[in-house]
Design a protein around this ligand. Structure first.
Ligand code: ATP
Length: 255
């Protein structure tokens, strides 16, 4: 039995077909990168893994059970896009992520002190110690992204969903965050699904790279056919280099 199993999943909004016949499995600890043209349903796929929305058709299961009825951190699925709370300071955001791991969602006494120490360590690792007492809205886009990643990672989820997590970062910070993510992944054996528009990043970080694309076009009505997984590349052991993919799928370069 696979850790994550997606079986013949379809999604529609009104009369628009977004995804169709999506089937894929992932083992625990796998890092799955997802690429594809803009608007082809990659974020929709992540939202269904989170159980934020239900598929129109088909089934998604995690460890053999259905995904949660509602987004639920206790199930161990965390989406970096939604993790930051605007009414909490940067430091409290990291503390709050730890709180989700406790049964009652609140840390007390010694546990709180230890969580505070870990939050401070995380602040150093993501380079936000100097803004610990500020609110997220006062941070730059790149800093907000770092906070979201730090917060999602603090929860040590079993499944981490990342939607273009490094998009707003300068190249140096981006490389640092890559290293940081890989370190934490090794420590926790979490399973990661990451959407990115950067093919090089997809192949560098991923064990696999899934390509979402429309298998065919209806020129009369482009909305009638949804996207699906057209390729599932092995990115380890010298899997197909991303340059070759660019040659085959120039549309991916445009993102
Ligand atoms: N709740 C919704 N209701 C109606 N349409 C939606 C909804 N969510 C997404 N869509 C539409 O579904 C399509 C797929 O959106 P989605 O965000 O999943 O694509 P994406 O591949 O992640 O795109 P991008 O790479 O640009 O982020 C888009 O055309 C979007 O406008």
């Amino acid at each position: 039995m696979s850790f994550v199993s997606v079986r013949n999943v379809w999604q529609r909004y009104g009369d628009r077909s977004i995804l169709e016949r999506v089937s894929v499995t992932a083992e625990e600890g796998e890092f799955v990168s997802i690429v594809g043209a803009s608007g082809c349903g990659k974020s929709t796929f992540l939202r269904m893994l989170l159980a934020e929305e239900r598929p129109y058709k088909g089934e998604i299961s995690i460890e053999g059970g259905a995904t949660a009825v509602e987004p639920n951190r206790e199930r161990g699925v965390v989406f970096q896009k939604y993790s930051v709370f605007p009414h909490l300071t940067v430091r409290d955001n990291l503390m709050a992520a730890e709180g989700f791991q406790t049964r009652f969602g609140r840390l007390r006494g010694a546990a709180r002190k230890e969580a505070a120490a870990r939050a401070d360590q995380m602040l150093t690792r993501i380079g936000l110690s100097h803004v610990a007492q500020q609110f997220p809205a006062s941070l730059s886009g790149g800093m907000q992204q770092r906070l979201a990643i730090g917060q999602a990672l603090t929860a040590k989820p079993r499944i981490l969903l990342l939607d273009e997590p490094f998009g707003a970062l300068d190249p140096g910070t981006r490389l640092q965050m890559h290293d940081f993510l890989m370190e934490l992944r090794d420590e926790t054996n979490m399973t990661v699904f990451m959407v990115t528009h950067d093919l090089e990043e997809a192949f560098k970080l991923g064990d696999r790279v899934l390509v979402f694309d429309k298998p065919r076009w209806d020129p009369q009505d482009p909305n009638v056919i949804g996207a699906t997984i057209t390729y599932d590349f092995d990115a380890r052991h010298g899997g197909m280099p991303h340059q070759d993919i660019l040659d085959h799928f120039p549309s991916l370069a445009a993102g």
